[in-house]
Write a protein that binds this ligand. Structure first.
Ligand SMILES: NC(=O)c1ccc[n+]([C@@H]2O[C@H](COP(=O)([O-])OP(=O)(O)OC[C@H]3O[C@@H](n4cnc5c(N)ncnc54)[C@H](OP(=O)(O)O)[C@@H]3O)[C@@H](O)[C@H]2O)c1
Length: 241
């Protein structure tokens, strides 16, 4: 049985467009109050308006995952308004076409790690005290098929994504280790890939955002006896790391 969803509070980072926007919509359609994270106020407001006209319970929260003061301000806002957080989805991410590993610059690698790993870590660390106040906290890290050694070993010549892949592999390790640390609590921490999804990030190649959002929504609404410390594919099936 899924846990009851009404009165739950969720926060999705990078939700002003793409997969994060669709996750927001699907969770709000379940009656969950969703805080739509955006680093840009105007883009965030526009996204919130698109959902509130459909009477969905969504409000804007400003978070740039690379800017600690915006994260701290968001924590204060959630503390004052709600006193707890039930669902955190670390969805913000960057990807750019990369050269082969030997041609990458340290700045390329840092940029990917800043958003995809350090950003998710900073947001998770800052919100964990509020998630501990939930009766059934769920942390979902939106990773990627490219994070997976299993995937890379099954492909020939897949060596054009080192910065992005490594940042997401690190996110997987955060998922696994935090899940182990929190094993005796009611908090579940899992990672997923949306699969190749048609968004700005892929120049609109891949399946629909409805499909891309599925695994995150599944993990955000796991029942109390659901898994923790695992990685799921776009069909919500457990997948090797
Ligand atoms: N699309 C795919 O095929 C695919 C496959 C595997 C994994 N993923 C992962 O899925 C997640 C969502 O990607 P998407 O495809 O929906 O991409 P997208 O449409 O480009 O959306 C990315 C989101 O992240 C936000 N973002 C970027 N830097 C940020 C920062 N410093 N602080 C806060 N937010 C920031 C963007 O905000 P702005 O609008 O302000 O830039 C945007 O809202 C990412 O983690 C990505 O790695 C995507």
């Amino acid at each position: 049985m899924a846990t009851a969803d009404t009165n739950k509070i969720a926060l999705i980072t990078g939700a002003n467009k793409g997969i994060g926007f669709e996750i927001t919509k699907q969770l709000a359609q379940k009656g969950i109050h969703v805080l739509l994270g955006s680093r840009d106020e105007a883009r965030g407001k526009k996204a919130v308006e698109q959902l509130t006209v459909e009477n969905l319970p969504v409000s804007l929260i400003i978070i740039d995952v690379t800017n600690q003061s915006t994260i701290d301000a968001a924590v204060n806002e959630v503390t004052n308004k709600y006193g707890h957080l039930d669902i955190l989805i670390n969805n913000s991410g960057v990807y750019a076409k990369e050269p082969r590993p030997s041609e990458l610059t340290i700045d390329d690698i840092r940029h990917n790690f800043d958003v995809n790993f350090f950003g998710a870590f900073s947001v998770t660390k800052a919100f964990l005290p509020l998630i501990r106040k939930s009766t059934a906290g769920r942390i979902v890290n939106v990773s990627s098929g490219l994070s997976s050694f299993h995937f890379h070993e099954s492909q020939a010549n897949c060596f054009f994504h080192l910065a992005y892949s490594a940042s997401k592999t690190s996110l997987n390790m955060l998922t696994y280790q935090l899940a182990q640390e929190l094993k005796k609590t009611t908090i579940k921490v899992n990672a997923c890939t949306p699969g190749l999804t048609a968004t700005d990030l892929t120049n609109f190649h891949g399946h629909s955002v409805e499909i891309g959002a599925k695994s995150s929504v599944f993990l955000a609404t796991l029942p109390d006896d659901g898994p923790t410390g695992k990685y799921f594919d776009e069909n919500c099936q457990e997948h090797p790391w």
